[in-house]
Design a protein around this ligand. Structure first.
Ligand SMILES: [Zn+2]
Length: 438
């Protein structure tokens, strides 16, 4: 059996760095707004085939999957990246960079802790930091393993790259399709997930959940000139807003790692919505971030209690609440419905998967630091709903995501290539504990 030493891994990673960066440039040059990911999906599939993956395929929703099978049995580790990105916004804010130019230059950029500016080579463009920088690295980590296997080296377990559609829409429709339909239909499963969402080379161990609610207050229309004849639904919404802001939010629980749960009223709409009519419906779209231990039923009941109290105080008050859902269209022509509901999760540092990842990073000389995301990711599905062990590990830096300063440090991409491959090899040695649900 030929052992894979850290030196061997580093030398092979070194020889693949330039191609990996070139691949990332092509990804950035291929615009892939949510629902329009076909071009990038084609690039991912072609690159995995060229790198010697054992199997690649595209599913009905347009997600892509690539597998590198180890020579010995072991866990299947999913390396996940989404393929879509948000709009570039006003190009005048891009400081002279073309959002789809994928230019490489030396420029001042934050270090890992955002305390020092370092001048290093960076790759610029929309999605460099969310998540094409991380996606290119993950695909090449699998390519590195495929190459080692071809050279006769032995490792345990299977590497699974998944590129999913429609992450930015925030209902995790692509990921749900992949995990609930595609993988089971093909007899495939996975034991743990590494997400490429931005972590600045740290290990990220969780994020809050998110449920979007729609509260509708009901009134009765009248002519705008005679408001006393109607019941204004907007005015009926005012005490709801006040109680959510001043009573519910301050009382929400706090998680020592993930921070306080939160609630934010983000959209107010009304119907019929004409200047001469007193509105009979007012809709409040509410973003509720949850922490582990909070269930959707409980969180819904908190709002319902407010509505019930108001109904007792005001006989005219009528309101209801639902969890919002959305329809999304995939580039393959499917229209899919999804609830706007994602679970909170965190994984303990002592979990065998986290320990294996930490050992993997130490083996290639990377300092292990832990943190948690403020925002949510598609791990809502894998970790939040399915309780699969999950972590984030990525060269990308959160502060550049969705901004006109979108970029990725090339030195971090090179480190993450080595780090990802090393994490995978350690997982193969971790034993069955790695599969412990979280
Ligand atoms: Zn994003």
């Amino acid at each position: 059996m030929r052992e894979i030493s850290a030196e061997l891994l580093a030398s092979r990673a070194d020889s693949m760095k330039a191609d990996m960066v070139g691949f990332c440039q092509r990804l950035i040059q291929t615009k892939s707004i949510s629902g329009e990911e076909r071009g990038v999906a084609d690039l991912y599939l072609a690159e995995m085939e060229a790198l010697g993956y054992d199997e690649t395929f595209r599913d009905d929703a347009g997600n892509v999957v690539g597998l590198v099978y180890g020579s010995e049995p072991g866990p299947t580790i999913m390396y996940n990246s989404h393929m879509d990105h948000v709009s570039e916004g006003d190009t005048r804010n891009w400081e002279g960079y073309d959002p789809y130019g994928a230019l490489i230059d030396e420029c001042p950029v934050d270090d890992q802790e955002k305390t020092v500016r370092e001048t290093v080579r960076c790759l610029h463009g929309r999605a460099a930091s969310d998540v094409k920088g991380g996606g290119a690295v993950q695909v090449y980590a699998g390519g590195l393993l495929a190459r080692l296997k071809k050279e006769g080296y032995v490792f345990k377990g299977n590497f699974m790259f998944t590129g999913v559609v429609l992450e930015e829409a925030a209902e995790a429709i692509g990921m749900r399709c992949l995990c609930e339909t595609t993988l089971p239909a093909r007899g495939l499963d996975y034991d743990a997930v590494v997400s490429s969402e931005a972590t600045s080379l740290k290990l990220y161990l969780g994020h809050r959940g998110r449920t979007e609610f729609l509260i509708t207050t009901h009134g009765r229309t009248s002519h705008g000139s005679a408001p006393w004849l109607g019941v204004n639904a907007i005015y009926k919404a005012m005490p709801v807003i006040a109680r959510v802001k001043d009573e519910l939010y301050p009382a929400l629980p706090t998680d020592p790692d993930l921070g306080q749960a939160s609630v934010s009223l983000n959209i107010i709409e009304c119907l019929p919505g004409a200047l001469s009519i007193v509105p009979d419906q007012c809709m409040l779209s509410i973003d509720r971030r949850t922490i582990p231990g909070e269930t959707q039923a409980e969180v819904t009941a908190q709002f319902q209690r407010i509505l019930d109290e108001l109904a007792r105080e005001d006989p005219e008050f009528k309101a209801d609440i639902i969890v919002k859902s959305a329809k999304e269209h995939t580039y393959t022509g499917l229209t899919l419905d999804a609830l706007k509901d994602g679970g909170p999760w965190k994984i303990p540092k002592e979990h065998p998967f986290v320990k294996a990842a930490a050992l993997g990073l130490e083996a290639v000389g990377q300092e292990v630091k832990y943190d948690y995301w403020v925002f949510g990711t598609d791990l809502w599905v894998n970790a939040g709903l399915c309780h699969k062990p999950s972590i984030g590990y990525s060269p990308m830096q959160e502060q550049f995501a969705h901004t006109p300063y979108d970029k990725v440090r090339i030195d971090y991409m090179e480190k993450a290539l080595l780090g990802n491959a090393s994490i995978f090899l350690r997982c193969g040695e971790a034993g069955d504990g790695l599969r412990q649900p979280i």
